[in-house]
Design a protein around this ligand. Structure first.
Ligand SMILES: O=C(O)CCC(=O)C(=O)O
Ligand SMILES: [Fe+2]
Length: 377
């Protein structure tokens, strides 16, 4: 079992004063709670090692007297703080990756410019669009099947969009070969496939997550951070002749995983699922009711919790290309550090909890029985 790790995420170390009140130095410490009526600056145009959104969010926590200083000084103050939360090596890696992306985006000429911006009417199937527009639990349920607990399947993409995306990926790969550009694969388990975020689709995929997947996840995955998804890793995987053949048993580096088959013609490549597990129980036994196999259908999506253990069987003929969007929640990950019981989503935690409850009930029954016998005699 492996964690299908990506190159994207970095988790700040737990540092700072033990009372959890303030972070920073001397009189210029961060405030314990945000000043919500303060309108933060926009940091989009600055060359920063962290997302401009982090700066805007952090600004509300700055000491009162610093809220009116120049924007550059605020940015410098926050950079100093953020630097202490991220090891040097991690910072360098993020910076290098940002440079890598910028180099591609500056040089790669897209084939279908129209798929780089969210165009819902042309991307999604009418039924999916209708359900999202209605935005209710009932509308989501009306287009979805749940063939196994916590796994949802539904028609999602128009065939024309799938074709355009596949040809864009092929075009990008041709460009990489011709320019001899070094390419980073989606994760440690794939030799083929490309990261869509690396060549200009990050903003479009962010909208896909924020406007389409988060509303659904909020309803179906509330216990694993479905309502606080705040970053993603978007990529395609390619299976078949001269490509990857299969994918080993793993969990994704995601809270919610969206997997959509783009085509083309293929046989095999079924997904197999074996239950949701927390870190501690990742290798625990599968229960019979957790066994589920799924055959991909072009244009159709499968949505599951990233911790749902799964793999892909060999694609035995043709080519299979799938779009993956790993959606992550930094809040969920942070909170998880302080929890031990994951019985709301881990199948093994739940099984053990039930077993314990069962034993306790039996012990109480036995005790009551003994007392009953004594008082009767
Ligand atoms: O091949 C597939 O459809 C599954 C891909 C997958 O699970 C992954 O890339 O994490
Ligand atoms: Fe996966």
């Amino acid at each position: 079992m492996s964690q299908n790790g990506s190159l994207e995420r970095s988790v700040p170390q737990q540092r700072g004063p033990s009372n959890g009140e303030e972070v920073g130095e001397g009189s210029s410490r961060l405030r314990a709670s945000p000043k919500r009526d303060h309108k933060p600056e926009n940091y989009d145009d600055l060359q920063l090692e962290f997302s401009p959104l982090v700066f805007s969010a952090l600004e509300q926590y700055m000491p009162h007297h610093m809220l009116s200083i120049a924007r550059d000084d605020k940015a410098q103050y926050m950079r100093n703080i953020l630097h202490r939360y991220l090891p040097e090596s991690e910072r360098i890696r993020i910076l290098k990756h940002k440079e890598y992306r910028q180099k591609i985006i500056l040089n790669y000429p897209p084939l279908h410019k129209e798929i780089y911006c969210m165009d819902a009417e042309n991307f999604f199937s009418p039924s999916f669009l209708r359900a999202i527009k209605e935005n209710t639990e009932a509308s989501f349920k009306s287009i979805m099947a749940e063939p196994c607990g916590g796994i949802y399947t539904f028609e999602m993409l128009q065939p024309q969009f799938c074709e355009m995306l596949v040809s864009e990926v092929e075009h990008f790969e041709r460009w990489v070969r011709e320019t001899k550009f070094r390419i980073m694969r989606p994760n440690t388990m794939n030799k083929y496939g490309v990261v869509l975020d690396d060549f200009g689709m990050e903003t479009m995929l962010d909208r896909l997550m924020n406007d389409f997947i988060r509303p659904i996840s909020q309803v179906f995955f509330p216990e694993i951070g479905g309502s606080s998804l705040d970053s993603h890793h978007g990529f395609v995987v390619e299976y078949g002749i001269n490509r990857d053949v299969e994918l080993g048993f793993h969990v994704d580096d995601a809270e919610v995983s969206l997997n959509i088959c783009l085509g083309k013609q293929f046989s095999g490549g079924e997904l197999f699922f074996r239950g949701v597990r927390c870190d501690e129980h990742i290798n625990s036994e599968t229960q019979p009711e957790e066994i589920f196999d799924y055959s991909h259908v072009p244009g159709h999506a499968i949505l599951h919790c990233g911790r749902h253990r799964h793999g892909a069987r060999p694609t035995t003929s043709g080519n299979r290309i799938n779009l993956l969007l790993w959606c992550r929640s930094s809040t969920f990950r942070e909170l998880k550090k302080y929890q031990r019981d994951f019985s709301s989503w881990c199948g093994e935690c739940r099984r053990r909890k039930k077993e314990k409850e069962h034993l306790t009930v039996n012990a109480i029954k036995e005790e009551l029985l003994k007392r009953g016998i004594k008082s009767a005699s």
